[in-house]
Design a protein around this ligand. Sequence first.
Ligand SMILES: C[S@@+](CC[C@H](N)C(=O)[O-])C[C@H]1O[C@@H](n2cnc3c(N)ncnc32)[C@H](O)[C@@H]1O
Length: 423
Amino acid sequence: MDKTRKMERGDAARQGALKLLAAVEDGATLDEAGALIERLPPADRARARRLALEVLRRGWRADALLEPMLARKPRPDIRRILRLATVEMLALGEAPHGAVNAAVTLCRGLSGKGQAAAGMVNAVLRKAAAAKDAWAKLPPQKMPDWLRAPVAAAWGRDVTRAIEAAHEAGAPLDLTAKAGDAPGEALPTGSFRLPSGTQVSALEGYDSGDWWVQDAAAAMAVRVLDPQPGERIADLCAAPGGKTMQLAAAGAEVIALDISESRLARVAENLARCGLSAKLVAADALEWRTDAPLDAVLLDAPCSATGTIRRHPELPLIRDGSAIAELADLQARLIDHALSLLKPGGRLVFATCSLHPAEGEEQLTATLARHPDLTVEPATAPGVEPGWLTESGALRLRPDLWPERGGMDGFFIARLRKSGVKS
Ligand SMILES: C[S@@+](CC[C@H](N)C(=O)[O-])C[C@H]1O[C@@H](n2cnc3c(N)ncnc32)[C@H](O)[C@@H]1O
C-alpha cells in the first residue's frame, strides 16, 4: 500500500473514532454509536472502535497532561482530536510525527475556527509527545464518584486504584468450552484466555461451535450453580445466552427466558451455532410461572453493568448512578419471584455484573432479612480462591483479581438454598 493510501486509511479509522467519541459524549453506548461507522471497511471499523475504546479509557489522563499546555479550554471537537493523538502517542506507541500530522489534518477538515486551531494542535501535541515521564506518573482514570465512593467504602483505596488500573488495561478474550478444551491458556476456573484483539471467527472450533466468548468471571455463576444432568433449571434473564449454553452443555433441561424478543433471538442463534438446546420463552420473569416447580433457577439479573467497565469504558461517562436504586428494587422482586418457582430444597443462584454493593452484598443481606428460611451455601467451584468469598459465603469477583493474568469482570454471585428436602 503506498504511503498516501495508508495515511488515508489511518484517517478514516481516526475519523470514525472521533464520531464514536462524540456520540458517547452525547450519551450513546459504543454499541449504539456503531451505526455511525458501519459504512467503513471492516478493518477501519475495527480500528476506529479500538481507538475509541483506548481514548475512553484514558481521556481524563490525556486532559490532565494537556491542561497546562493549553492557553484556554479547547472546544469539544478539538479536545477529542487532542485526546486521540495523545493516547495514540503515549499509550499505543504511535510515532509522534504520524499522530501529530493526522491530528493537524483532522483539524483542517473541520469548519471555520476548527481549521484555525491546527497550529495550536500541532504545537501542543509536539509538547505532549515529549512528556512521556509526566504521562507515566499520572494515575489511571478515576471512576465517577457515584461508583468510586461505594467501591472505596467496601474495599478501601488501594483496591479502588487497582480496579481503576484494571479498567485502563482493558480485557483479554475469554472462551467457555462446550466440553473439553478451547483455544488459549487454560485458566484455573475452567475458562480459556487469549489476548485482546484476537479475531474470534478465525479460531479453531468457531464454526463447529465448540466454545463461545464469555468472560471468566461471567462463567462462574453456572459453575457455582453446579447444574446436574436432567435437572429442570430456568435461566430467567438469559440473553444473549452464555449461561444458558453452560446449563445446556451440562445436560440440564433448560428454560431460557428473557423479556426481550430480539435479544432472545440471539440466544437461539448462539444455541444453534453450538448445537445445544433449551426451551426459549419471551416473557417478563416477574410474571412467568411454571407447572412443575424447578430444581434450580439462575437469576443473572439486569444491573448497572459496572463490572464490565474494562470492556465498556463509556459506562462511567454516560451513567450517573441514578438508576441503581431502581435496579436494586427490580432485582429484589426478581429474587422473590424466582424463589417462588423453586421446589423445596431447590437452589437459586443470584448474579450481577456489578461492582456496586447495592446490587450484590447489600442485596443479599436484604434477601436474607425477607426470607429467614434461606441458607447461603458457599459459592465454591474449581479455581475459586478463598479470598474471593465474602463473609456470608458469596463470591465477589473484581477486575483487580488475577492481575498477572489480565483480570476479570466484576461479578457478585450468591448460591441460596430454599428450605425443605434437598433436591
Ligand atoms: C445481564 S443480562 C443477562 C446475560 C445472560 N445471562 C448471559 O449470560 O448471556 C440481563 C438480561 O435480563 C433481561 N431482562 C431484564 N428485565 C427482565 C425481566 N423483567 N424479565 C426477563 N428478562 C429481563 C434483559 O433483556 C437482558 O437480556
